[in-house]
Ligand binder design. Structure first.
Ligand SMILES: NC(=O)c1ccc[n+]([C@@H]2O[C@H](COP(=O)([O-])OP(=O)(O)OC[C@H]3O[C@@H](n4cnc5c(N)ncnc54)[C@H](O)[C@@H]3O)[C@@H](O)[C@H]2O)c1
Length: 254
């Protein structure tokens, strides 16, 4: 799929990996709708990206808000691409230090954000794309965001690792499910990227995290994620795959 003149939705596009992807898509000639929370930086982000960017307030787990964002996208033309970046985690232990069982509320909220959010974004976007005219054999392409935690969850990451494994699980079956509609689905499993998500860590910890990556021994740059996301949209033969983007890191238990 060519990026020129397509309409793309980027969830979590106000920050980090999503913002870099929105920027890269616009550089490639796409029009982009950023779907992000009201409290996010989405309005400023869209302004900074210029006239081909819009911001729509949407929680990815909310059907009405997501449909409103998709309406904004379709007001610009046929929705051809979705890059779903909104996600995140919360640390719990199965048995906390004080002996109490891990929080059900936190577990459920992380599953809701990452798994239910991905399902919601995918189903609502694909329903729109399914109505598109077929161009070069395709109606649309979707990119989801997992994490290397899906494969090597660290202690404290039970909710996040479980949820991101769910996103990996969603990938192939969704590609198969949407094959008859000529819509592709791929997933990126990032390692450790230099985004506001990591900004709460001290500079020392960020530097040592970077050094723990085999090669290159540094944090990933959001632009490197954006490059793979746009490649996944452009390469019509890439489908049903999860690609680790991680400088060969394999996370240790802690
Ligand atoms: N940064 C990393 O090292 C890293 C590593 C692995 C995976 N990831 C994944 O990459 C994705 C993006 O992370 P990031 O580092 O860019 O984080 P970030 O915090 O910079 O950006 C996340 C964006 O998602 C938005 N968001 C959160 N909940 C939302 C919701 N319910 N609906 C809509 N928007 C919502 C936030 O407002 C924010 O703008 C996440 O899914 C994260 O789990 C990040």
């Amino acid at each position: 799929m060519k990026l020129q003149n397509i309409v793309a939705l980027v969830t979590g596009g106000a920050s980090g990996l999503g913002l870099a992807t929105a920027r890269r898509l616009i550089e490639g000639g796409a029009k982009v709708v950023i779907a992000d929370l009201e409290r996010s930086n989405g309005a400023d982000a869209a302004l900074s990206l210029g006239p081909n960017a819009r911001f729509s307030i949407a929680d990815v787990t909310d059907t009405d808000q997501m449909n409103a964002a998709l309406d904004v996208a379709e007001s610009l033309g046929e929705l051809r691409a979705v890059v779903h970046c909104a996600g995140g985690g919360a640390a719990i232990r199965l048995v906390e230090k004080d002996g109490s069982p891990g929080s059900m509320e936190k577990f459920e909220s992380v599953i809701r954000l990452n798994v239910i959010g991905s399902f919601n974004v995918l189903r609502l976007s694909a329903a729109r794309m399914a109505r598109n005219e077929v161009i070069d054999g395709e109606r649309g392409a979707c990119v989801l965001t997992a994490s290397v935690a899906a494969f090597e969850g660290q202690i404290g990451q039970v909710p996040y690792a479980t949820a991101k494994a769910g996103v990996v699980g969603l990938t192939l079956v969704s590609a198969r499910d949407l094959a008859s509609k000529n819509i592709r689905v791929n997933t990126i499993a990032p390692g450790i990227f230099d985004t506001p998500m990591l900004a709460r860590l001290s500079e020392d910890i960020r530097t040592s995290l970077g050094r723990s990556v085999p090669n290159p021994a540094r944090l990933g740059q959001p632009e490197e994620f954006a490059e793979l996301a746009t490649h996944m949209i452009q390469n019509g033969y890439l489908n049903g795959e999860t690609i680790r983007l991680d400088g060969a890191i394999r996370m240790q238990p802690r």
